[in-house]
Design a protein around this ligand. Structure first.
Ligand SMILES: Nc1nc2c(ncn2[C@@H]2O[C@H](COP(=O)(O)OP(=O)(O)OP(=O)(O)O)[C@@H](O)[C@H]2O)c(=O)[nH]1
Ligand SMILES: [Mg+2]
Length: 415
């Protein structure tokens, strides 16, 4: 992990461009350049400075040193020239690549995963968030220790090779395993408490909407503007880590619970996804997904794709999707054709300026009503209990006491 000392660390970012590739029968355009721009933001958010960038075009990353031999030499020269204190690779490095690069360059070597973990560690506020980050960090270390062990046994093997290094490794492994199970237990308790809260909410029968999207898209800003909340909005990546729930009045008597969630990013480390699964899955329990997109970002298309991919991986489907193209106050967006064929509704607006929020409320109200049936019915006074049920599970529009009974106009759940 990088320790943020008094002195700001100076990094050279490295990436391997594989050219266009095939994935799921589609051509995936090479996005190494965009990914590196993003890595620069990540490094900045982690407290470091970028002093150089080096990209190599290759058919595959080098198994031993990530870059090819000549490129490693070039990297060495660039590091000397720029006074770099470390290297950050855009892809997760194997233990072998880490140690070989360290040896060749005599600099601190990190990868994108470590930087993201560092940011999460800095931003985690709640006990749950902190446990999740520590778990992810330990799992990263564990996987790298295992790799190292493999290396050792390949090099030596046989009698006499079980040196002190190997022993220490075993101790480390055991310590990590113990701590992981301790944290998992604690996390289980925290998550159970949250499940109870969620169950209570579901019982109250207020529909829910989860705000999801790429990091820095403006999710928290949208929640704040719409509900008058005061969650942290910041021009940094992963400002929000813990789900936050607020009630939003749609202005029609209908209320909806809005949850702000952790943002997504390309190459989201899988240890993090595992550790943060319960947080990331918050959207699973929502009726509606509000997908916030930063329409001013040149990388918008890819960011939309990453968001859908991440949602798919988390098993979040079958919801009503509303895509909110945000930051439309910025001139970069003025000439853009904004569409999202996967969404059920599309809104263009600016959370910051407050544009599009009324439309969002109208759309949310419509979605909720579409899931319900409108009824007009006269109940006898003896059936007052039925009305009580509707009040609990639906929405009463009007209720009049007349001679022949109680006249009710209401929306009731279809299911
Ligand atoms: N110009 C403009 N800036 C916006 C708008 N909405 C949000 N921003 C800015 O975008 C940055 C990110 O906003 P956040 O609301 O923190 O974004 P987020 O999606 O919650 O980000 P994470 O929690 O980090 O994933 C902040 O600097 C906001 O002020 C908008 O409509 N227009
Ligand atoms: Mg946020």
């Amino acid at each position: 992990m990088i320790e943020i000392k008094e002195e700001i660390e100076r990094f050279i970012l490295i990436g391997v461009s594989l050219g266009d590739t095939y994935k799921n029968g589609k051509i995936q355009a090479d996005d190494t350049a965009e990914s590196i721009i993003e890595l620069k933001e990540l490094v900045k958010t982690a407290g470091g400075e970028t002093v150089g960038v080096l990209i190599q075009n290759r058919e595959a990353v080098d198994k031993a040193t990530y870059f090819g031999k000549g490129k490693v030499e070039e990297l060495k020269a660039l590091a000397a020239e720029t006074g770099a204190t470390g290297i950050v690779s855009d892809d997760e490095l194997t233990p072998a690549q880490l140690s070989n690069l360290e040896e060749a360059l005599d600099l601190k070597i990190c990868d994108r995963t470590q930087i993201i973990l560092e940011i999460f560690a800095k931003h985690a506020l709640t006990r749950e968030g902190k446990i999740q980050v520590e778990l992810a960090q330990l799992k990263y270390r564990q996987s790298h220790l295992i790799g190292l062990g493999g290396n050792l046994s390949r090099q030596g093997g046989g009698i006499g090779t079980r040196g002190p290094g190997e022993k220490k490794l075993e101790t480390d492994r055991r310590l990590i395993r113990d701590r992981i199970s301790e944290l998992n237990n604690e996390l289980g308790n925290v998550v159970r408490t949250r499940d109870v809260t969620r169950a209570q909410r579901t019982k109250a029968n207020i529909p829910s909407a989860a705000i999801v999207g790429y990091t820095n898209a403006g999710k928290s800003t949208l929640l704040n503007k719409a509900t008058g909340a005061s969650e942290l909005e910041a021009d940094m990546l992963f400002a929000t880590l813990d789900p936050v729930v607020r009630e939003l009045d749609l202005g029609t008597g209908q209320k909806v619970l809005m949850t702000d969630t952790v943002g997504f990013v390309r190459k989201l480390p899988h240890h993090l996804v595992d550790a943060f699964r319960s947080t990331l899955e918050e959207a699973k329990y929502s009726d509606i997904i509000v997908h916030v997109v930063d329409a001013s970002n040149p990388d918008m298309e890819k960011q939309i794709e990453v968001t859908y991919e991440t949602l798919d991986n988390l098993g979040i489907k079958g919801k009503t999707f509303v895509t909110f193209f945000n930051k439309c106050d910025k001139p970069e967006t003025f000439d853009l054709q904004l569409k999202d064929l996967r969404a059920d509704y599309v809104i263009k607006g600016s959370a910051k300026a407050g544009n599009g929020l009324d439309e969002l409320k109208t759309v949310l109200d419509r979605i909720i009503k579409e899931k319900r049936n409108y009824i007009e019915k006269v109940f006898s006074f003896a059936e007052a209990g039925e009305i009580q049920k509707i009040r609990r599970n639906g929405q009463i529009i009007s209720e009049e006491y007349k001679e022949d009974g109680i006249h009710v106009k209401a929306f009731v759940d279809r299911t």
